[in-house]
Design a protein around this ligand. Sequence first.
Ligand code: UFG
Length: 368
Amino acid sequence: MTMTGIWKTVFVSGGAGYIASHCIVELLEAGYDVIAIDNFSNSVSGITGESVALQRVEKITGKSVKFYICDLTDREKLAEIFSKHKIDCVIHFAAIKAVGESMEVPLHYYRNNIIGAINLLEVMKAAKCFQLVFSSSCTIYGEPEYLPITENHPIGKITNVYGRTKYFIEEMLKDITRAEKNWNIISLRYFNPVGAHPSGLIGEDPTKPYTNLMPFIAQVALGYKPELLIFGGDYPTKDGTGIRDYIHIMDLAAGHVAALTALQKSHLRLKAYNLGTGMGVSVLELVKAFEKATDTKVPYIICGRREGDIMSMYANADLAKKELGWSAKLSLEEMCQDFWRWQTMNPKGYRTATNDNTNQELIKKSDD
Ligand code: UFG
């Protein structure tokens, strides 16, 4: 892949996280320079404050990433970083995202996600950088009125605080692009990202407890957890379990490079795109696909529904194909195999760290 435009430097917030680290691989391989920040609220830091994930990214790509520890609520520090570099565009990943936690500490979520976004937008404006790709989520659609979901499906009927922060930021982006014509923004609405880079060197390693399905399945397959609890077996779906649109993390990463290319080609003001495969997969189908692809057993128990869960959610991803020239290419089997490679090479995530020289003692931090 080669860089098609003239932009050189991309600023990435939340750079040490799962989605951003995979995206940075794609950005570096497309020829961009990357400046990344993270506050390590849900990612692993080495003893001298480096990002272990980004060191692995450097190993994969043979290129370097400029990294700063910075919390987006620290506006001064953010402005200082912007003053040191000529930044052409921004990808804003940084956010706290645990649905359950967001219901318990809503102000923490609003402060971190909303004030963080406002600070970033203000600092960008002061630096005359108006190009942005925003990490949004299909959660903003709420319980679907129809499937597959298109971008013009109503948004805002959300059942959790985390989702509301994403929705409020999208509304804010609408307002600023309406008021100021310089802004050129793409909001990417992710469906369910899973998998890992095929090298097995980077993957999902949150410092908060796992709540998502695939990491949990892998923990059971490794024997760390006795069985998977399947939340609900009585939905009116093909096998009674919930349906989602699982998308390989490398396909999702490629979607960001496609979005940057589109922003360079045209002044869009604000456009939203779904990033999904368009395929609905049930919990049981994912369990079976995982067992087959990895030759493991995943014992499970079907229990009651999880509060606030949506029954069925999958994307219509035609718009991204038409306008960004992007579509998901990797199969469910590859999602499972690549995630399993990451998990078995790094059973304790980045804290295993047996294969690089930064691995003595890793600091686990939490933002609370
Ligand atoms: N599930 C189980 N057992 C588990 C975990 C999940 O049965 O231990 C089921 C859920 O009920 C659901 C499916 O697996 O049917 C997927 O659940 P996830 O928690 O992996 O993902 P969600 O779709 O519920 O939520 C994810 C992100 C949210 C985001 C949402 C929409 O975790 O942050 O997608 O973007 F808001």
